[in-house]
Design a protein around this ligand. Sequence first.
Ligand code: NAD
Length: 260
Amino acid sequence: MAEPQFDGRTALVTGAAGDFGRAGALALAAQGATVIAADHPSRHAELAQTVQMCGSDAQSRLFDVTELDDVRAAIDGLIIDIAFNNAGYQGEFANLVDVDPADFAKVLAVNVVGVFNVMQSVALSLSSAGRQGSIVNTASMAGVGGAPNMAAYSASKAAVIGLTKTAAKDLAPLGIRVNAISPAFIGPGAMWERQVAEQAGVPSSYYSDDPETVAKEMISQVPLRRYGTIDEVMNVVAFLLSDAASYVTGTNTEISGGAS
Ligand SMILES: NC(=O)c1ccc[n+]([C@@H]2O[C@H](COP(=O)([O-])OP(=O)(O)OC[C@H]3O[C@@H](n4cnc5c(N)ncnc54)[C@H](O)[C@@H]3O)[C@@H](O)[C@H]2O)c1
């Protein structure tokens, strides 16, 4: 990865103890950004590792994205220029008729309310400092096409796309661009392993009950016939956050190898 540069910019990355967030934090740091890496308090050890990998000027923030006051307090006093608003929760895999209402609510809280809380807090911070900025929200192809056994997750990621489009309109007068990314099957990593195992474990007319076969069934849905890599996702994130995308706002970029 090269090109876009973030020298002198401060970047907030949520979910930075996880696969995408850590890769995003490292990519932005490598391109000159001062990274504020954030995650849930329960992930403090992994977050500390991310911060260490990012270099000496990186900082960590521990907060639950569903708690607006905590989000505000954590970024109070910082001037954030760019944000990779990426924390998310996949939820339990279940057919619609078996969905646990409490888990449904938790997925919506993290993926919708959490994304909103971070986006609003960053927008307020930017506008009070009179600065322009750029935000990338992590949605998913599940929010575009609807993934089997993932009702709450699909609903929540569709909501992220809608939130992104409204935010782009509402924040454009402030010079803040907002875009979403929708990855499909990305690997290797915890989420790839988990979704293969979970889909195999849930009775379904779409996937078999053997994880190795499920992996092949997923890849067969992808015209490029492979899963995407985390670097391929970060290339898009860095572009959308950078000035190279200065006329791009309100988009949802599908990073899916052509899967829909
Ligand atoms: N990996 C994929 O294949 C894939 C595909 C499409 C979309 N996504 C999305 O990408 C994002 C990152 O996924 P990942 O693969 O890195 O998963 P991950 O589980 O490794 O990372 C998600 C991070 O979000 C954090 N988080 C969860 N709930 C939180 C909360 N309430 N407050 C603060 N932090 C919280 C977790 O602690 C974790 O570190 C998620 O939004 C996910 O839905 C991933």
